[in-house]
Write a new protein. Sequence first.
Length: 367
Amino acid sequence: MGDLVVYKENQIDIINKITYYKKLGINAILLDPFIKLDEEIIEKVLYINSLLADRSIKLFVKIDMKKISSLLLDTKEEDLPWNDPKIRKSFYQFINYLKKHGISGLYFSNFEDLFFENSSFYLREMSKNILATNEITSIVEVDSDDLNYQNYLSRGKSGLFSYIFNKNLIDNQNAFLDSKKCLSAIQDRNINQIYTTDNNLKNFTNNKNFPFLTSSLLAGVSFLLKGAIILKDFEELGIFSSSNYSNDYKVLDQTNKTFEFYQKLIKIKIQKEAIIEGKYREIFDKDPDIFAFIRTFKNKKIIVFANFTQKEILADIRFHFIDRNDFHYLLGNYGRRKIVKNLLLRPYEFIAFIKWFINILYKWNII
């Protein structure tokens, strides 16, 4: 299946959009359907899951652990005694019911509020009852920058969660060098992170004056890091807010350069071994304007350059790798160009080069 590219929806009525999802190329949808628990909603979720499965698209359902547990027991969230084994058993039974009926993607939120005491025991119990199986792909939402904690939660050996979504990456106010350092630390620790494109780098862009360049810059960098991606709010159309479009399906017929750029990124994200499995190495790590890195898997390499300023930047790449002439253009937000020893990066330019057989690029319809 490759890396996950998940589309987060704000409503459950998505049946008319399935063809659009397939055109975009994503391989998973995230819904938050359980505002209440009744037979009608559950049957609708299972029906949507079957329709998506027919198109090879995975359904994730959001599981707000406090809300779901309180709905199951008809009690207030603030009065929920999670240390009661009966409450936890009821929750596990509900999750296993969803699993039994074909739901294989789970997005957990609010688990830290319940697990603040005796967390190791609860995590082991949760793993044993619902997570320790290849049938489930799980995402957990955390509110912590502690990489040891994230690493523990996301490691497959512990039988815990498939991916970590750190909410702090969205509203982080760090300086540019610190923001790069944060992302590189996650990559170096091999934490299975899931990103949004409005991460801690968005503070260094100018979407008002450079809408396509900054949106494609953020998307390009985020997609080519190791980890999964969550898309939302029609960002692939350059809209970035679904408030005026959530029920207007005419917008889904639009095709513009932002949409086409996202299509190509998604194809690379899902199909490219160097992006799915490749090691990460940051270059220009001390540069106050450029974020650049290399992804390597066996004999395949992808190198990424991103200029996070409104000015032209000259990047001297001679000392970072000696096989420069073996690289070919993969994708960029200004268009095709060659890699040279002194690479001029234009305002908010994102560009990626690949070292691989040129005929593979034609096969992907990327060049």
